[in-house]
Design a protein around this ligand. Structure first.
Ligand code: ZN
Ligand code: ZN
Length: 113
């Protein structure tokens, strides 16, 4: 990743307004290398997530447990995936994004019917 030079703009936009983390990460469930886009917080290949956020991107949850893809619901034509933390049981709903492996989404949907 290219480092922004601060010679270009002396008034750095504070990144405390949005905590949008674009970090890549290694899926702890299937070892896939996931390219972060700041919003996708789960692995597109196995759909597992990690309990790190209280609000999306803030990394404020101290839990760090792996979050299992537990429920898939269709809402207004969109698939919504509920992750459940294997460590603390916290549930979080996430929209399924086009990057996600839809076969896996269907697996979750079928398994939990
Ligand atoms: Zn994975
Ligand atoms: Zn948790």
């Amino acid at each position: 990743m290219r480092r922004e030079s601060d010679s270009r703009c002396p008034h750095q936009v504070s990144d405390t307004i949005f905590t949008k983390n674009k970090e890549d990460f290694l899926c702890e469930h299937c070892d896939a290398a996931v390219v972060g886009n700041g919003y996708t917080n789960h692995c597109p290949q196995c759909l597992w997530s990690k309990h790190v956020d209280v609000h999306p991107g803030d990394r404020a949850a101290g839990c760090g447990g792996l979050m299992e893809p537990a429920i898939v619901e269709i809402e207004a034509g969109e698939s919504v995936l509920t992750h459940r933390c294997a460590t603390c049981g916290h549930e979080k709903r996430n929209k399924v994004v086009p990057e996600d492996d839809y076969e896996k989404v269907l697996d979750v949907a079928r398994y939990h019917v």
